[in-house]
Design a protein around this ligand. Structure first.
Ligand code: CDP
Ligand code: CDP
Length: 221
């Protein structure tokens, strides 16, 4: 079983996907964390974000993996726990350049498809319904207004002691959405058979409820 959730930055994909996966007993796969980990890899190796060949070489040396620790999903780069490091503004503001590289996408998409081949998954990202899991029986395209998404990210950043202003966040999120939607390969786009869910003004619980209703209706469970 595959549930695909796509949408722009900070629309609530990972929060909701995690809860849904837990409720259904499925594996949650955060594909954004994988692109962020590759961006961090480039940073740590001192490689330019657009240097495809060098980044691909780095990817051959360090695997990206997920581990559940005390009920929380952690992201690893080789043996290094990078869960927090991949959330810095430096990574967020450069990830779109890295995720536009064809060979990086090829490698990560293959890894994502392999993960979904043997287990039930809820996967979130930008191209899950269109490219990674085009056969998924449930596809959600999650959105929210830019103001609301910036506010959500602002509150989330405070818990990490990151104090970027609301105005800057709005600009950063809009810029990332633009780059993600306008790149040549696998741009952020709703699959033609995706159900659109606007989460503006909705609490996490309300969105979870909505998505569960969609899943139950689609799968008749
Ligand atoms: O959490 P947030 O919405 O800020 O972003 P994310 O889901 O962690 O994804 C970070 C970045 O990775 C996105 O802005 C995209 O550039 C890229 N990405 C992608 O290209 N394809 C995916 N399937 C997932 C993420
Ligand atoms: O994965 P994505 O970037 O789409 O968003 P997220 O990381 O799940 O959500 C960004 C922030 O918004 C988190 O701090 C969530 O707790 C919060 N959120 C919210 O306040 N209301 C929602 N309906 C969904 C998420």
């Amino acid at each position: 079983m595959q549930i695909a959730i796509d949408g722009p930055a900070s629309s609530g994909k990972s929060t909701i996907a995690k809860i849904i996966a837990q409720q259904l007993g499925y594996l949650y796969i955060d594909t954004g964390a994988m692109y962020r980990a590759v961006t961090l890899m480039a940073q740590q190796a001192g490689v330019a974000y657009g240097a495809e060949a060098e980044i691909v070489q780095q990817m051959g040396q360090q695997t990206i993996s997920f581990q559940l620790i005390a009920g929380q999903q952690h992201t690893f780069l080789g043996p290094q726990d990078v869960t927090e490091l991949i959330r810095t503004p430096l990574v967020a503001n450069n990830v779109s350049e890295v995720s536009a590289l064809a060979k990086v996408r090829q490698l990560l998409v293959k890894q994502q498809q392999d993960l979904a081949a043997t287990q039930n998954v809820v996967m979130d990202g930008r191209d899950i319904g269109t490219v990674v899991l085009p056969q998924a029986p449930v596809k959600i395209f999650m959105t929210a207004s830019v103001s609301e998404r910036a506010q959500r990210r602002y509150r989330e950043n405070l818990t990490r002691n990151i104090t970027t202003s609301l105005e800057t966040l709005k600009m950063e999120i809009a810029a990332r959405d633009y780059k993600d939607s306008h790149r040549k390969i696998s741009p952020l786009k709703a699959a033609s058979d995706a159900v659109h869910v606007d989460t503006t003004g909705l609490t996490i619980e309300q969105v979870v409820q909505k998505i569960l209703e969609i899943i139950h209706a689609k799968l008749k469970i």
